[in-house]
Design a binder for this molecule. Structure first.
Ligand SMILES: Nc1ncnc2c1ncn2[C@@H]1O[C@H](COP(=O)(O)OP(=O)(O)OP(=O)(O)O)[C@@H](O)[C@H]1O
Ligand SMILES: [Mg+2]
Length: 173
């Protein structure tokens, strides 16, 4: 059992950090694991479980819903029938929930708890902001994701997170 509490206001950053303490009253290491449901994400889950066990870390999984802009463009490009904006978000929310529940099951099979988040926005920006504002110690994400251009070493999300995050980043290959 761990105890989850909200610590005092951080005067330097200007926001609240939620921190988990273990039984001995020590701060737990906080990992933000980014997942998009791809095969790479499964490797990310495996690696994060290894780290969580070794470090006794508190893990939060984040699956960012991209919202309407990019989806409308890809729907238009694919020639699929038009879906309304609210329907698009609804479909993405369902998908994110499925991905996160599946990930949570893998954690539970390993005896670990998992907090889940599925905010909307630009994935790289949201991942970096969440890590900073949540006082995370490490972001873990895959080198590639669901994208098709496999000759590139990094996808656009991992590339942008590696370049812009103020938090340390682990890119799983
Ligand atoms: N929407 C998302 N929410 C959370 N994490 C994500 C999301 N998209 C990507 N990631 C994380 O970033 C990693 C790299 O994915 P990325 O999107 O950069 O590669 P890609 O899909 O192959 O390329 P691109 O999207 O540029 O075509 C994924 O393994 C996952 O950890
Ligand atoms: Mg992608």
């Amino acid at each position: 059992m761990v105890l989850k509490i909200v610590t005092a206001f951080d005067p330097f950053q200007g926001y609240m950090h939620e921190r988990t303490f273990d039984k001995g009253g020590e701060f737990m290491y906080k990992i933000l694991m980014a997942t998009d449901g791809s095969e790479h994400s499964e490797k990310v889950t495996e690696k994060t479980i290894e780290l969580a066990k070794a470090l006794k870390a508190d893990v939060t999984a984040i699956c960012v819903i991209e919202g309407t802009t990019s989806t409308l463009l890809s729907v238009a490009a694919s020639g699929s029938p038009y879906l309304g904006a609210s329907k698009i978000i609804e479909v993405q929310e369902e998908e994110a929930k499925k991905i996160l529940n599946k990930t949570k099951e893998v954690f539970q099979k390993n005896g670990l708890e998992l907090t889940t988040l599925s905010p909307e926005g630009n994935p790289a920006n949201v991942i970096c902001r969440t890590a900073k504002e949540g006082g995370f110690d490490l972001i873990v994400l895959g080198s590639r994701g669901l994208g098709k251009l496999n000759e590139l070493f990094l996808g656009s999300v991992s590339n942008k997170v590696a370049h812009t995050a103020e938090t340390s980043v682990l890119i799983v290959k």
